[in-house]
Write a protein that binds this ligand. Structure first.
Ligand code: 5GP
Ligand code: MN
Length: 328
């Protein structure tokens, strides 16, 4: 991991463009705006670019007002920094055009499936979140972390660790979180904004989603499905399904949880989570996706029932082949 090189690039340049992956989650947005605000505070010229507006549920993040559309930015930048993104295509075509038109591209990420596509790759699969790497970068670059920057980076950590519950919650992650609280991250505000502002429609969707829960014969695989019909019926939007997949894993005996979402007819977004030993990054890669060992995803084309059957068959196969078996 070339973190010292990245520090030099940050210190030695003045003109930056930043982006992250499509459908950005808390780590993507927190890392983007945490780093963006820090560079702005250091007196640098910074454009934070996203192809779509920031989701309403994340608009409490300080710095949202600085986010630009790709069509708002012109010309060539000295440095492009892409955050939390495994491969160029996941930035989306328009942001990709902007980020590729730079003299130096820095790829900052923590996914094990990262494709090392930057001129410089600051990739650390041990990091709980990209926000954790951004925090190290800022400390090494001697940039003061203000409460607004800390709030963004803390959101990155909270969301990617499932509120410090997932296996990626390391001592370093908790030390980083404590440091960010010392820097003024607003824990109460963050917790309420992320977890206590749900719409009634989103809870209706949860109830429909739980109704769809199914288990394979051995009880090691649990899955749920949200079809277009169910979504429309509930009045919710797909972003409201964030975190619902965790219910599959909450069942005793389940090793792999899967959520199928029919994002449009014939296009199924599949999310995977595993509890102890199945490498779901490898499973998602069988369908052209990726992620981490315990959380990954992919998009599969086909009718929802067919995609379910295909994916569950593959999951059974990898489970049977995982010679390590349950590690207790
Ligand atoms: P989620 O299931 O929450 O959408 O994603 C879980 C993890 O897998 C995240 O780290 C996310 O970046 C990654 N992921 C989800 N879908 C895809 C995909 O289609 N391709 C790749 N490379 N990673 C994905
Ligand atoms: Mn992440």
């Amino acid at each position: 991991m070339d973190i010292e090189e990245a520090v030099k690039i940050i210190q030695g340049n003045n003109d930056f463009v930043l982006t992250t992956h499509l459908n950005p989650d808390g780590d993507a947005l927190g890392s983007l705006m945490g780093l963006g605000l820090a560079l702005l505070k250091s007196g640098k010229k910074v454009s934070m670019v996203l192809p779509y507006p920031v989701l309403a549920s994340y608009q409490f993040l300080p710095g949202c007002q600085h986010v630009l559309q790709p069509s708002d930015v012109l010309g060539r930048f000295d440095v492009g920094i892409i955050l939390d993104c495994t491969e160029m295509a996941r930035a989306g075509e328009k942001a990709q055009d902007v980020i590729e038109n730079t003299r130096c591209l820095v790829n900052v990420d923590h996914h094990i499936s990262n494709q090392y596509f930057g001129d410089l790759n600051v990739v650390d699969p041990q990091a709980a979140a990209t926000g954790e790497i951004v925090c190290s970068l800022l400390v090494r670059a001697g940039i003061t972390i203000t409460p607004d920057i800390a709030t963004n980076l803390y959101v990155a950590l909270v969301t990617d660790t499932g509120s410090f519950q997932h296996q990626n919650t390391t001592a370093k992650c908790l030390r980083t979180a404590a440091y960010l609280l010392d820097c003024g991250a607003k824990h109460n505000l963050i917790h309420q904004c992320l977890y206590e502002q749900k719409s009634l429609d989103s809870l209706r969707l949860l109830s429909r989603c739980l109704e769809s829960l199914a288990l394979n014969k051995s009880g090691a695989i649990a899955w749920m499905t949200i079809s277009q019909d169910v979504l429309l019926d509930s009045g919710a939007v797909f972003d409201d399904s964030d975190g619902m997949i965790d219910y599959t894993k909450s069942l005793k005996g389940v090793e792999v949880g899967i959520l199928f979402k029919e994002v449009s007819p014939g296009e199924i977004k599949v999310s995977f989570r595993s509890k102890n030993y199945l490498d779901v990054n490898q499973l998602a890669a069988c369908f052209g996706g990726g992620g981490h060992e315990r959380a990954a995803g992919c998009t599969v084309q086909g009718r929802i029932k067919n995609v379910e059957a295909l994916v569950i068959e593959k999951t059974e196969e990898l489970l049977a082949a995982s010679c390590g078996g349950p590690k207790r």
